[in-house]
Design a protein around this ligand. Sequence first.
Ligand code: SF4
Ligand code: SF4
Ligand code: SF4
Length: 452
Amino acid sequence: MVHSFKYNHKGRDYHFLFDVETASLHNIDKDAYLVAKDKFGELSESEMIELDGMDKSLVAEISAELDQLEDEGSVNTANYSCTGDKQIGEIKALCLHICHDCNLRCKYCFADEGTYHSKLREYMSFEVGQKAIDFIVANSGKRHSLEVDFFGGEPLMNLDVVKQIVEYAKAQAVIHNKQFNFTMTTNCVLLTDENINWLNEEMFNVVLSIDGRECVHDKLRRTINGKGSQSLVLANAKKFRDVRGDKSYYVRGTFTSNNLDFASDVLYLRDQGFDQISVEPVVLPEDSPMALRAEHLPQIMLEYERLASEYLDSRSSGKWFNFFHFMMDLDGGPCIKKRITGCGAGCEYLSITPYGDIYPCHQFSEEEGYKLGSVMSGEFCLDISKKFAKNTVFNKPDCMACPAKYYCSGGCCANNTHFMGDMSKPYSMSCEMMRKRFELSLAIAGIERSLV
Ligand code: SF4
Ligand code: SF4
Ligand code: SF4
């Protein structure tokens, strides 16, 4: 499959041809772009007029060159296909819901302010944590490297138990020849010096939640008393960053219909001295006032373009930073298995509630029909995993014709399920944004490569 596209940076049009199957990106000129778009069935009406105005012998020459590249295998018009399902039965990662409680009251919280729609604010006990570690060790097969993500609510509200679980997991790793990488996602409210030092020592990666500018963050991320949390969160996140040095962490924000100018929040976080940044679109039902809806898409697309332009300028002028949705590794990146299977939810990745119940991921937590078992009772049924295992890009007709398929991997099963009623049906809002970010990531990689 071949995809041609253009990107305008600082008034100059850049044209690209991307071979989806081999992940080869070619910088091409405008004439080659028009002929390629025509040849591979992507020509728009306005481009058809431009193509008609081209010299016919030049069109024939470029077309012959494209034929030759195809014959040589440098450009693949066929789609790679594979009928294999995802592997099940070997678990690689667990998301531990260490605490269904939170010290913030974010208005867009998917976890219903940490409670996951339960009336009770539950905390995982050390006993449940131990059983969860035993469960992953027993069900990880030959995998040596395992991951445990401490998630909430707010996991620092149950830090004593987190510490016990980490010590227990490290001891089990020695006994069973495994290695654990721990991560935590925190809202930063309880990042005291002592907690920062412990996290820095024990966590492989830490995700610090902050939405960006004070006016944006404070509108939705408030304390229990209704006060804005940005100044406290920002100060604590900076303290963590200063201790963390080169070890893995990133700041993660959410944008909503309140801040469709979200590029300003990304740049704000950069200006606060963070160089690993992710700001992601909120996912909420359409009737929520903060939801992103189809009518917002044109503005969101322009905002991603603005961000891409600022990103290129910033990185080339000494203010280097990584925006996660623009990261593109043209020389390596994930293996083909990872590219077609995505996040692994329900198969190699599972979540555990505070009571020890097993779900495909945090977004399915407590959802009827998605419980796989319990680490407490030992019950573990793979029937639900089998459904998730079939959920590769090759089993989704919409995805097979999508140039972003090996980077998106067919979208988020939870969003597809919750918004489309079927995990194999891509959620169209997410697709539009995904494809835009995908093209911009390629364009950024192509332009930066041409500058080296
Ligand atoms: S910090 Fe996280 S868990 Fe807590 S209310 Fe906000 S989004 Fe929900
Ligand atoms: S962007 Fe949409 S259509 Fe494309 S691979 Fe992802 S889910 Fe499938
Ligand atoms: S299904 Fe969606 S929410 Fe769940 S782990 Fe995968 S990407 Fe994340």
